[in-house]
Write a protein that binds this ligand. Structure first.
Ligand code: SF4
Length: 126
């Protein structure tokens, strides 16, 4: 059976920064696929709920910074991306469905970047 990595929040798991549950994706279309839910920010050691973070470009390098307290969380985001990639490699996954507008999973996110660099096909869902 095909395995697809998926942002955990997209299928209704409580992983979002604000602790809210969203259920964006109808999983009926994936009955013959094995969805592997992952939250890179939790894998990077961040709690739920947590302060939202933004991507900033500082001195030419991409950083993840908490929105209000301005704490640099880049190491957490990088760790989450690496752990997510590790799961893909261990389970031989080459496709991912990722949540848009997230500093991890979204189009500019750390996990999206790393998966793309490792030839994992990433589809962004809003
Ligand atoms: Fe976790 Fe990604 Fe969903 Fe954010 S978008 S809650 S990092 S799975």
């Amino acid at each position: 059976m095909d395995k697809i990595l998926i942002s955990a929040c997209l299928i209704g798991l409580r992983t979002r920064y604000d602790g809210k549950i969203i259920n964006k994706l109808c999983t009926d279309n994936f009955q013959k696929r094995c969805l592997i839910p992952v939250c890179p920010e939790q894998l990077g050691g961040l709690s739920t709920p947590r302060e939202p973070a933004d991507i900033l470009f500082l001195d030419g390098s991409k950083r993840a910074v908490s929105r209000n307290s301005k704490i640099d969380l880049t190491e957490n985001f990088l760790k989450g991306a690496r752990e997510t990639l590790k799961i893909c490699k261990k389970l031989n996954i080459n496709k991912a469905i990722l949540k848009s507008k997230s500093p991890s999973c979204g189009e500019e996110g750390f996990t999206f970047d790393l998966l793309k660099k490792n030839n994992i096909r990433c589809i962004i869902k809003s």
